[in-house]
Write a protein that binds this ligand. Sequence first.
Ligand code: C2O
Ligand code: CU
Length: 489
Amino acid sequence: MTSLTQNNEAPDREKTPSSDAHRAGNRGWSRRAFLSGTALTFCGLATSRAEALREGEGMAVGHGDAPWYPLNVPTETSAALRELTCAPALVDMGDGRLRGVLAYNGRFPGPTWIARTGDWVTVKLLNGLNEPTITHWHGLVVNYPNDGGPLLAIGPGSSYDYNFQVKQRAGLNFYHPHPHMLTGKQVCLGLAGAFIVRDAEEDALVLPSGVYEVPLVIRDASFDNRGNLAYNPTTSGFNGRFPLVNGTLRPMLKVDRGVYRFRVLNGANARVFRLALDNGVPFTVIGNDGGLLRSPVSISPIDLGMGERLDVLIDFSAVGAGQTVTLRCLAAKWDLIQFVGTGAPGVPYSAPATLSTIAPLAGPSVPTRTFTFDGMSRINGLEYDPYRVDFRVSFGVTERWRFTTGGNAPHPVHVHGASFQVVSRTGGRGKLYAWESGWKDTVLLSDKETVDVLIRFDAYRGEYDGQYVMHCHQLEHEGMGMMTNFKVI
Ligand code: C2O
Ligand code: CU
């Protein structure tokens, strides 16, 4: 705290809010932050760099007259990435200030992994935090030692070696920390990223690609009085004061007159986004958590729960130079990102009526198991105990799981170790949405809802390899104990 005014290191180093400067800024600062010592606490980092951060600056965010900043597009990396370091970093969220976050490889969000089905991922996680962490590959079906569950957490200065093959179909996955009771804090302070899998079925569709395919990691955030990310949950979870997309404040993206493919992830701790475009044009949804849908779905708005993903096409061919379209959250009444027309020709695309072949799971018509999401911390009346295994599932057998809640929603229910097919929702909203078809690993349970899914674990089994968790992806609920251990045997 005493060194606040003595630090003269490069304040306001990146004034120009161009995407390139943004990315370069991320890279340079994080490296220095990490090299300056793994023992630095988040607060320690913030104060030692505090000259770059003006007190109270967070207060200005979200006011209508603030400028728009170019969207950060997280750098792509191949499955050959060998090291993933979690550490404090200073990043530019677009407005030229350096703000303290926790970052993967210094990026906020972390690098976007691109892998193909069949690729091997061999990566060393390095813990540069001052507390335990472990990384979970949300949506990737891997065995227990690669799944990053709570019991695998490693201490400060330690490392963990992952080695797994990507066996599943194309889709957008989500990597983030999963240490017991620390997930909410670490995700909120910045540790999260996208993991994209590609395959031949997707290739055959020749979807918009390159600059026309853009990940959108949407979350909410708050700053402390120095402008660093803050984690200050209330009893109902973390509710940030403003949105961030790919770590950019008030983001804008210049769009040509063509079709874009957006890979959307709700990376918030506790906020459901009600997504819609301000021009009233519906989204063309082509995929969700587990990859492509059978057929495109035209819909708006979409309530996207925490941990859920969307693959959407948006056609900007009618957007002329300087015209804008805004992606909004109707629930929070937030502008999430503004698309600004360049007037330049883009690439047309029209999705075929059949995108993918998805065989429906055949399973029981009555639930095999029922899970009640009680209060804010219990499943079937029990809080999580890392060492208690609550049930065992037979390998290769399709079961029908029923998720139900009386209240305290949203409870986005997430299962590790397999994707499922959602078959019904009763109570509450009382219906399924077409975009929830296909394969999912997270399904939103609103108040008084009962959702049935069919699920079959057919990848990994055994007392060790087949151990997984199922939990609420409202991360404060998860941290308080709304999680259960099971084994596939
Ligand atoms: Cu996205 Cu078990 O988590
Ligand atoms: Cu919950």
